[in-house]
Design a protein around this ligand. Structure first.
Ligand code: SAH
Ligand code: SF4
Ligand code: F3S
Length: 442
């Protein structure tokens, strides 16, 4: 008989958070099993994000819905975990009576103990940040997985202190995880049938592990993971441009199973803005990195993050972002309006002085341009044949399967009798800005 309690966990924010939810499931695996049905849950955990004001607003709205479940189920417990737990700490318990538990990103090992306190009828909180915790020995429970792609956290925290960003405050100091534990986890995933692994960190290029006076850099780690098996695809996110080394570029060229796709958040094309953002690189330096990538890895796709309307941003600064986008020719971008975050350097020192309607206008121009650039890039693929790993059936049509190519472009094709995880050659015949379409040639 199964006597485990039911845990429903909802995750918001970045991939790190999704990876953390799998760690939480593992920490609680002795007493809880996952349920996708929120109504049957004994415990609901909301893994939260603080990156922008609207990310937090979304969670407040969701909480209003979730807490109403307590009316019907008196023994239901609700916990807030992740970055918003870390940012607001005790405030949660003071302001929100429906919350029983508050746990920050470095305190998940403490969950069983904290839940005991909750079971005894008291609220529980642990938001202590750690300088060492990497959860290296915890094998995540992939409870919501497609069985093919998985994330592996290779480091935690961030100490770059970009002036707009809340992450260094919610995630603490940067620390790298023991590479042996990373390779073991990847090997285990491959043995279990996984075929794509994304190595995760806020700034993976600064991964560094010292053992017996030997240094393991990010590019060494990439090679170690890539060698597990040629059928295992390797991706990584996120690269901070300031640390993007030639060694890493070399490693990407050397292993066919390291995907030819780099996410390199630029944030702005203007040196004035980059300086104010404390990004520690210039436009020229960034473009030099791009030139090196294009020279060494001609088929590499490039994606980015952009913030519109940061403090004091002028029309010229904005134009510099647009012409930077054109110059690089990004395949894809995540684009945001600047949102001031309490406690950050930009919040205390600068004025959030670009009017809201202007922020919206600039963001829209950036989005429109990216649409154009994505379409141009996809049109260049028409007629090409490329390797795609099947990930499943298309959401729109059961007659089609989809997967992604090495460049991370979603590719749709008439269904085959091949399973997900299989590599196929797809000839591209149609495209939109978002997807490629074609048919399997072998
Ligand atoms: N570590 C990654 C990014 C993590 S956050 C890096 O350094 O590139 C993801 C993205 O959110 C950032 O790249 C940035 O574009 C955006 N972002 C972060 N703080 C923001 C803020 N206060 N307002 C708007 N966008 C923000
Ligand atoms: Fe935030 Fe900058 Fe760290 Fe990225 S590198 S998480 S933007 S502080
Ligand atoms: Fe959000 Fe925290 Fe990730 S603020 S973006 S969940 S590190």
């Amino acid at each position: 008989m199964n006597s485990k309690k039911k845990l429903h966990i909802e995750t918001y924010g970045c991939q790190m958070n999704f990876s953390d939810s799998e760690i939480v499931m593992s920490v609680l695996a002795d007493t809880y099993e996952y349920t996708s049905d929120i109504k049957s849950a004994d415990l609901i955990l909301i893994n939260t994000c603080s990156i922008r004001d609207n990310a937090e607003a979304r969670i407040w709205n969701r909480l209003r819905e979730v807490r109403s479940l307590k009316k019907r189920n008196k023994s239901l417990k609700i916990g807030i975990i992740g970055c918003m737990a870390e940012r607001l700490k005790e405030e949660w318990l003071e302001k929100e009576p429906s919350i029983d538990l508050v746990v920050g990103p470095d305190a998940y090992r403490d969950l069983p103990k904290l839940l005991q306190t909750v079971a005894d009828g008291e609220n529980a909180i642990n938001t202590i940040l750690s300088e060492e915790e990497t959860y290296a020995d915890i094998l995540p429970v992939r409870y919501n997985s497609n069985g093919i792609s998985a994330f592996i956290s290779i480091m935690r925290g961030c100490q770059n202190f970009c002036s707009y960003c809340v992450v260094p405050y919610t995630r603490g100091k940067e620390r790298s995880r023991d590479p042996k534990s990373i390779v073991n986890e990847a090997q285990q995933l491959f043995n279990d049938g996984y075929r794509e692994i994304t190595l995760l960190g806020q700034n993976v290029n600064s991964f560094l592990w010292n053992e017996n006076e030997e240094e393991v850099h990010f590019w060494d780690l990439m090679a170690m993971v890539a060698k597990i098996n040629p059928l295992l695809r390797i991706r990584f996110a996120t690269s901070h441009p300031k640390d993007l080394s030639n060694e890493l570029i070399q490693i990407i060229t050397r292993f066919p199973n390291i995907c030819k796709s780099i996410h390199l958040p630029v944030q702005s094309g203007s040196n004035n803005m980059l300086k104010k953002m404390n990004r520690k690189y210039t436009r020229e330096w960034y473009l030099d990195r791009i030139a090196e990538i294009k020279k060494q890895i001609p088929d590499c796709s490039l994606s980015t993050d952009i913030i519109a309307g940061f403090c004091d941003e002028t029309e010229q600064d904005h134009q510099d972002t647009l012409n930077m986008m054109r110059e690089v020719g990004y395949e894809a971008a995540f684009m945001f309006k600047y949102s001031t975050r309490p406690g950050t350097l930009a919040h205390t020192k600068f004025e959030d002085n670009v009017p809201e309607d202007l922020k919206i206008k600039r963001l829209q121009e950036i989005i429109n341009l990216q649409q154009e650039l994505s379409l141009i890039s996809n049109k260049k693929d028409l007629g090409k044949t490329m390797e795609v790993m099947i990930e499943g059936f298309s959401k729109r049509s059961k007659e089609h399967q989809f997967g992604r190519n090495s460049q991370n472009k979603v590719t749709v094709f008439p269904k085959t009798n091949l399973e997900k995880g299989t590599y196929v050659q797809v000839k591209i015949t149609e495209c939109s800005a978002a997807t490629l379409k074609g048919f399997v040639v072998e």
